[in-house]
Design a protein around this ligand. Sequence first.
Ligand SMILES: [Zn+2]
Length: 231
Amino acid sequence: MFIGHYAVALVAKRVAPQTNLGILFAAVQLPDLLWPILLLTGKEKVLIEPNHLPFSPLHFTHYPISHSLLTNLGWAGLFGLAYWLITGYRKGAWAVGLGVLSHWFLDAIVHEPDLPLIPGNTARVGLGLWHSISLTIALEGLLLVGAIWYYLKATPGKGRREPFGFWLLLGLVVFLYLSGPFSPPPGDVTSLALFALSGCLIPFIAGWIDYRRTHRQASQPVNSGTALVNR
Ligand SMILES: [Zn+2]
């Protein structure tokens, strides 16, 4: 799943409005941001098979650190705890932690049974929605549209530029999403990992847009956690 993860972040923003949207974007995509690093360091493995599934040419053969349920629980706890220690914003910490954890469950809807429950264990989970391009896009599109409506209702823009930046970012996210099934598969795992790493830009852009939205008056930072919490 891809844009469905961002839908969770937009909903979480309403639950914890003081948490910067960039942090929530990073949280819900954390396993996919760790994954290319683990690929490049040889800790995890993937095969590129053009006809593997209609929606994805990727055959995930080994990714227990980034994508097992147990490690996702660990990442969720670590990320949520770190956020709480830095900002002291408990509601935001829960949103961040649960945002990380949501990644595994949403992935389990679209992946074929390749998601490990525990590293080293052979049990794999996945409902396989990626067997249908139309159903996958319908589900993720519905999640994103619903979440955008929810998010905009909670955080109205204070000027013309914020909504423009927001829509521009969403356009980028949707473009990246559709580039998967409708473009040639990556030539090799290194190219794939580097492309996946470029996904790190999305949380940064979202964070910048959200920061501008809530700091129009260029207020002075309150403490070191100010970039992580909108005051
Ligand atoms: Zn994932």
